[in-house]
Design a protein. Structure first.
Length: 539
């Protein structure tokens, strides 16, 4: 029921948002809708905190925001801001709360500078809690209040922003049982914006069905306990893949159970990820997210008293990095602990193995990694071939799973999921060809639940399946010169059905006989018409 309600709200929001955005691209307009939704969430979260405290008196029938403004005017606002920031990591001034902004919009007293002030004040207050400053500072930096597409002048832009406020405030983000579904609505909207953004969507969103496969692969066999679970996505986009992993972890929804680690190069997308995780109830204490180049700026877990960096190791790594991206593969990186054990660096024009080795380096010995890459990584030679051979000889490649084409917004090519472990009991490699199991869509193909279940079930059973899966021995792989191209191991060839020559000849004979009868009848009718015509002329 909650999922249906979230989808229904999203559909209404999406239709209304399309009317508001005019000629603005969907990927640009999402900044305003999602940003204002996040601000509303933070403000209402603060409101709930204030209601639970005895910071100030609330008169019967008095709104909590009015009481907050009244108390701040009498006592000064700083102590209240510090108390809020200490608990939540951020703080919103009384004049900037969502309820106050909505009230000003409704009674027509909103001033253009009010929008700028609320974001500026929020950014200033982010420094009140030093432990949370990196999680909240600059989170609204991408909301361009001076964008000419909002309006030609300040007043027109303020009117456009007021309409967005009304739109975001219009909906009750709870299902029939009172369960908060705001995070679900947010996730649906990200998917909607992605599907309408073409190739740009590849920068920030992994289709949920693919995320589900990766999440299931890295969480199989986890015990049902309360032990913390650390997951890393070095190219996290909007953070949706990280959240999908949480859904697959036993007791994953328990506060503090899953600890999220992620890095994203694009600042706008990084801000979207911060919002997305917090909108799903993830506290800033459980988020270690960074804005930076993963391949250039690896990040340690800490530095000891001797100045030595200690890397961060996690229980699971999931990745859908940009395919065949350019990177700086200077020879100095051969000393980098992420790459030095594999004897070569990936080529400058193809960073695929660089992302793979980065994620594998940060995996605990008992952990599992799943990464989506283009098929070229399975068979390309030179330095990539050398790295692939080293991975196989180290027994770190566990499975290779071929996916259908046209699953992603950014590319139509078929992709492959590679599952890796640092420690394995077996030395074989499982190959799955799932490229023909999908539902054809208008723009993108879709993996059905049954298709996903088949992949996971086959991975767990680890047995040969005719025309679908094969367990290859190390000797088999070496015979193929460490080439992992799936058709070498899974034969999906479907022979043409045998033709019954005699039956076909009989059909042809019957057709010929029928043709002769029709032709004879035609010639007879033609002769009669000619005689009649000649007879009429003789008269």
């Amino acid at each position: 029921m909650a999922e249906n309600k979230a989808a229904d709200i999203t559909s209404q929001l999406w239709n209304m948002a399309n009317e508001l955005r005019g000629n603005m691209d969907a990927v640009d307009f999402q900044t305003y809708i999602l940003g204002f939704m996040f601000y509303r969430y933070l403000s209402e979260h603060q409101e709930a905190f204030l209601k639970s405290q005895d910071f100030f008196d609330v008169k019967p029938g008095q709104d909590i925001n009015d009481a907050y403004a009244e108390a701040a005017a009498e006592d000064g606002v700083e102590d209240y801001l510090e108390a809020i920031a200490e608990r939540d990591g951020y703080a919103i001034r009384p004049e900037d709360t969502w309820a106050t902004i909505v009230k000003k919009v409704e009674n027509g007293t909103i001033a253009p500078e009010d929008f700028q002030n609320m974001f500026d004040h929020f950014n200033e207050n982010a420094s009140l809690n030093h432990g949370a400053e990196k999680d909240f500072r600059g989170v609204f930096a991408d909301i361009n209040l001076g964008n000419s597409r909002l309006g030609n002048n300040t007043n027109d832009r303020a009117k456009a922003l007021s309409k967005i406020v009304n739109l975001v405030d219009k909906f009750n983000y709870n299902d029939e049982s009172g369960h908060d579904i705001l995070g679900d609505v947010y996730e649906y909207l990200i998917a909607q914006f992605a599907s309408n953004s073409g190739k740009k969507a590849g920068e920030f969103y992994t289709p949920h069905e693919v995320s589900e496969i990766l999440a299931k692969l890295v969480t199989l066999g986890l015990p049902d306990n309360d032990d913390p679970f650390d997951v890393l996505d070095p190219a996290m986009g909007s953070g949706s893949l990280l959240l999908t992993v949480q859904d697959e972890v036993p007791n994953g929804q328990k506060k503090g159970k899953v600890r999220f680690h992620g890095q994203e190069l694009n600042t706008t997308t990084y801000n979207l990820a911060r919002m997305n995780l917090m909108m799903h109830g993830i506290g800033y204490q459980n988020m270690q997210l960074r804005n930076g180049d993963t391949l250039e700026s690896d990040w340690p877990d800490g530095i000891d008293e001797n100045g030595i960096e200690h890397p961060r190791f996690v229980d699971a790594v999931v990745e859908n990095p940009p395919y065949s991206a350019h990177w700086d593969n200077n020879e100095g990186k051969l000393k980098d602990p992420r790459f030095k054990e594999y004897g070569a660096l990936p080529p400058k024009s193809k960073a695929d193995y660089a992302f793979l080795l980065h994620g594998l380096f940060h995996l605990k010995p008992t952990g599992t990694m799943a990464i989506v890459l283009p098929h070229g990584v399975l068979f390309r030679g030179a330095k990539e071939g050398k790295i692939r051979e080293a991975l196989l000889k180290k027994n770190q490649i566990d499975a290779v799973i071929g996916l259908p084409e046209k699953l992603f917004y950014s590319t139509s090519i078929p992709t492959v999921v590679i599952v890796l472990k640092k420690q394995r009991d077996n030395r074989d490699v499982l190959f799955i060809d799932a490229s023909k199991h999908f539902e054809k869509g208008k723009n993108q193909n879709v993996l059905k639940p049954a298709d996903i279940d088949l992949i996971i079930d086959t991975y767990q059973k680890r047995q040969d399946v005719d025309k679908y899966a094969h367990v290859a021995t190390p000797e088999e792989i070496e015979e193929n010169d460490f080439n992992l191209n799936i058709p070498r191991y899974v034969d999906t060839f479907e022979p043409e059905p045998e033709i019954d020559i005699q039956a076909e000849e009989q059909k042809i004979a019957e057709i010929d006989a029928e043709y002769e009868k029709v032709e004879a009848e035609f010639n007879k009718m033609k002769a009669e018409l000619v005689w009649t015509d000649q007879h009429d002329q003789d008269k």
